[in-house]
Design a binder for this molecule. Structure first.
Ligand code: MEV
Length: 434
């Protein structure tokens, strides 16, 4: 049977499902069932999701969770997270609770400038191009007048246009490097529309426009977040030694790229989850964050730590181009819900919240890694999942959790213990906690 098709996008959703099921699956009925079981019974809601992208067959669920009690600049938020990794939300919740009892997180937006570029080739005399640009600059800005009107009313718009000579890197290559303030919107569409309008206005016979596009590298759209407390308040035991180990782990991520990537992956567990929940573009954020992590030429951890005069301080500085209006933020019912749950944050406030969750995630990971090890927490969640899958009762769940407190966890071991519990009623000495 042919696995290629012409005009797939023209088929109805039902026809697409049928074709996929018949051509790609041994059991086509089961394939159809898998897709259809995720269709929403609310047809209007389903249509909304179908229309986000082309060729939609079904919905792909991820858990929508929340982290309560997040204290940032003395304001309390309940933060939404969309993520499948079992221990991430638990880690964020524990950490934000931990810090809410130690003064909470402090955060500050450093800058909010975004960048777009018109990339072009010019084959003539450089000084002639410079002259043309200076003469034309006002017209370029004016050409976007209608597009920028609303943004200007809200306090944003085009900040500046610069001519950049890149000919030493690529012959005849120049840019119009344009900076924007997009206030509460992420601004991708706004920036790209402005750029294409400017490019059309700038074009002339000896200028070849290559492309006009925003940059997802946003080193000047930067947010800072920190926590601090007395070293003695950081750990129940061996506070000084554990704090020094924490500090060393952070330093290792500053000098060792293999570690830095994983260190930052843990930060992105938190960042991406909130970015997705609020309908923002996590690929843009990912690209920008990792580029920023390599801005020195070496890929580094995004967090820093100090211990001075008995005070432990841990902080992050991260570029985040986010929006709280426009795009999916208003279209996806759960993004709208997320923003309302956080009391309608401005984009600046959302930058702070996202940075804080990234920092919290990293704190949880480093603390676990340098003390009990990461598998301890992961395995606890794993155990919960296995117990659920086995269909254990409440009593059996308590018994199994107690039994596995000091044992290594695997699917097999839990299943065997469960069977023993079913047959014998207990494990002998392992009794459920009071
Ligand atoms: C796992 O998703 C994230 C960690 O590997 C992060 C880290 O190592 O810092 C635990």
């Amino acid at each position: 049977m042919s696995k290629t098709i012409n005009g797939f996008s023209k088929l109805t959703k039902e026809e697409k499902v049928q074709w996929i099921a018949e051509h790609m699956f041994v059991n086509s009925e089961e394939a159809i069932y898998v897709l259809e079981q995720y269709w929403n019974t609310d047809k209007k809601l389903q249509k909304l999701h179908d229309d986000f992208v082309e060729n939609t067959l079904s919905n792909y669920y991820l858990p929508f969770s929340v982290v309560p009690n997040v204290s940032i600049n003395d304001k309390i938020y309940t933060v939404p997270m969309v993520i499948e990794e079992s221990s991430v939300v638990a880690a964020a919740s524990l950490t934000t609770k931990f810090w809410s009892k130690r003064g909470g997180f402090k955060a500050e937006v450093i800058s909010t400038t975004k960048v777009g570029q018109v990339h072009f080739m010019f084959f003539g005399d450089k000084s002639e191009l410079k002259k043309y640009f200076i003469e034309k600059k006002e017209d370029l800005i004016f050409s976007t007048d209608a597009i920028t009107k609303n943004m200007r009313i809200r306090g944003g718009g085009i900040l500046d246009i610069e001519l950049r000579d890149k000919t030493s890197d690529l012959a005849n290559y120049y840019q119009l490097h344009i900076t924007f303030e997009t206030v509460d919107s992420m601004g991708a569409n706004f920036i790209n529309t402005c750029l294409e309008t400017i490019a059309a206005e700038f074009k002339r016979d000896d200028i070849q426009i290559i492309m006009s596009i925003l940059s997802n590298y946003v080193p000047d759209c930067l947010v800072y977040a920190e926590v601090s407390c007395k070293v003695e308040d950081l750990y129940k035991e061996n506070a000084e030694e554990n704090a020094q180990k924490f500090l060393t782990a952070v330093k290792i991520a500053q000098i060792e790229p293999f570690r830095a990537v994983t260190h930052n992956k843990g930060i992105m567990n938190g960042i991406d989850a909130v970015v997705i929940a609020t309908g923002n573009d996590f690929r843009a954020v990912e690209a920008g964050v990792h580029a920023y992590a390599s801005k020195s030429g070496v890929y580094k951890g995004l967090t820093n730590c100090s211990i001075e005069n008995g005070i432990f301080k841990f902080w992050i500085e991260v570029p985040l181009a986010l929006g709280t209006v426009g795009g999916l933020t208003a279209l996806h019912p759960l993004s709208k819900f997320s923003l309302e749950m956080m009391q309608h944050p401005t984009a600046k406030e959302l930058m702070q919240i996202v940075a804080v969750i990234g920092l919290a995630q990293n704190f949880a990971a480093i603390k676990a890694l340098t003390t009990k090890g990461i598998q301890h927490g992961h395995m606890k969640m794993h155990l919960t999942n296995i117990i659920k899958q086995l269909g254990a009762s409440e009593y059996e769940t308590v018994m199994l959790n107690n039994y596995f407190k000091d044992k290594s966890i695997s699917h097999n071991a839990v299943r065997e213990a469960y069977q023993q519990l079913k047959q014998k009623g207990d494990f002998g000495s392992a009794q459920p906690p009071e």
